[in-house]
Write a protein that binds this ligand. Structure first.
Ligand code: HEC
Ligand code: HEC
Ligand code: HEC
Ligand code: HEC
Ligand code: HEC
Ligand code: HEC
Length: 259
């Protein structure tokens, strides 16, 4: 009577063991998806720019995305004004700034404080939390449990913010392309990632993503995968740095994923 029962359990255990071994060898990346600790909400998306500052005796420059994105869409800076999507890669200099390029396109004493002596420290302060005291002013925006603690998609959709689409150059039309479902090799998961051109189009221009980040060919065949995203490529160029983070937000990109 007892025999078959024990055998069954052994078979079951063996089966489970084989499954675990299979999973760990076939999908090793699952074991080392490493997420960096998330900064506090008021620091999420803040950067220190230090390509040339310290080497010329100035403190690194603090820049806060939440402070600026309330007023301007990403494309104002990342298309029109030529800032790259990676810190310390843009050739910003003080001379260019005072000629009205880069930060100086707005920090000219007109749109925002300019490049006069009393203002140097507002940018060159080496303090990644600079301007933190103003963060509470954004408490009227819809809450989220991640990133800045703000649901930026809802904020724009409810019209609570209305960031400018351009500074001087209104060439860039806001078009929407149909929603895309992206298919990886993991067909059995039935939880493919979704991408909405409409949502992204409210912040970004086509040239922010095409062709540098995404060609118009299916990118999944060219390495669009979670390890690469977590590593800061593809969607991870923005998500995890300025746009909502990846950890704990699986369902925002994979809406049909179970837990
Ligand atoms: C007011 C200008 C401005 C706006 C608006 C802006 N950015 Fe930036 N962003 C910058 C600057 C400046 C840098 C640093 C560039 C450098 O150092 O070369 C930067 C850097 C970045 C980086 C790289 C961060 C890192 O850690 O390497 C990402 C990603 C980024 N921005 C995404 C966005 C997104 C997404 C939006 C819209 C939600 C946005 N930015 C809006 C100015 C802006
Ligand atoms: C609106 C922000 C802002 C203000 C105000 C500002 N700077 Fe800068 N400055 C920058 C940025 C951004 C860079 C590029 C930083 C980098 O890549 O390390 C820079 C670079 C510099 C450099 C590096 C060398 C070079 O030639 O570019 C010096 C020196 C400098 N600034 C001096 C000053 C002085 C002096 C003042 C005040 C009179 C000042 N800055 C005000 C943003 C600012
Ligand atoms: C598209 C216009 C625009 C560009 C480009 C821009 N800024 Fe600003 N920035 C503003 C405006 C407007 C404010 C005032 C925001 C507010 O108080 O609501 C501001 C505020 C700031 C502050 C806050 C100072 C404080 O008192 O809290 C800092 C620091 C700053 N910007 C740095 C930079 C640096 C550094 C760059 C370039 C790397 C830059 N900004 C590029 C428009 C811009
Ligand atoms: C935030 C990044 C981003 C922006 C901004 C963006 N796209 Fe895309 N686009 C993508 C991604 C991701 C894909 C899918 C690539 C894949 O299939 O792997 C894509 C695919 C496409 C395709 C192929 C569609 C298909 O059905 O195969 C077209 C056409 C396209 N984009 C046009 C545009 C146009 C026009 C704009 C500006 C209005 C734009 N995109 C803005 C990320 C972006
Ligand atoms: C910013 C959007 C985004 C977030 C957030 C996100 N993913 Fe993905 N994920 C993708 C894209 C894009 C792909 C590639 C296309 C596909 O497989 O549907 C992908 C692929 C995958 C795959 C297929 C295997 C692989 O490596 O490509 C798995 C499994 C996966 N994601 C799990 C997760 C889990 C678990 C989380 C939460 C910790 C998560 N994803 C968060 C966008 C995202
Ligand atoms: C160039 C920057 C950039 C890239 C690349 C990018 N995104 Fe985003 N994404 C944004 C911004 C900006 C938002 C607005 C919300 C925010 O900032 O948190 C957003 C929002 C979203 C949302 C929320 C949509 C909603 O309806 O709530 C999803 C889902 C998303 N992105 C998925 C993706 C996926 C999947 C990829 C890669 C295939 C990707 N994104 C690539 C910038 C980017």
């Amino acid at each position: 009577m007892i025999r078959p029962f024990i055998t069954n359990r052994k078979v079951l255990l063996l089966f489970l063991l084989v499954m675990v071994l299979f999973a760990s060898s076939a999908f090793p990346e699952l074991w080392y998806w490493k997420f960096l600790p998330e900064p506090p909400p008021e620091r999420y998306g803040n950067i220190l720019i230090n390509r040339v500052s310290e080497s010329t005796g100035m403190k690194p420059v603090s820049f806060s995305h939440w402070m600026h994105r309330v007023k301007y869409t990403c494309k104002v800076c990342h298309s029109e004004l030529g800032f790259q999507l990676k810190v310390n890669t843009t050739l910003i200099t003080e001379q260019e700034n005072t000629k009205g390029k880069y930060c100086g396109a707005c920090h000219n004493g007109d749109i925002a404080f300019g490049h006069s002596e009393e203002n140097c420290h507002k940018c060159h302060n080496g303090d990644i939390d600079y301007g933190k005291d103003k963060f509470d002013n954004l408490s009227y925006l819809p809450a989220a449990a991640y990133g800045n603690g703000i649901d930026w998609v809802e904020a724009i959709e409810e019209g609570l913010i209305n960031p400018a689409a351009y500074l001087r150059d209104d060439r860039m039309p806001v078009k929407s392309v149909k929603k895309l479902t992206m298919y990886s090799g993991w067909m059995w998961m039935n939880s493919h990632a979704r991408f909405s051109h409409e949502v992204h189009g409210k912040w970004l221009g086509c040239s922010n993503c095409h062709p540098a980040i995404f060609t118009l060919e299916p990118t999944t065949t060219q390495g669009l995968s979670m390890p690469n995203i977590i590593n800061g490529e593809y969607c991870g160029i923005c998500h995890g740095k300025v746009s909502f983070p990846i950890n704990n937000n699986c369902r925002r990109c994979h809406p049909t994923m179970r837990r």
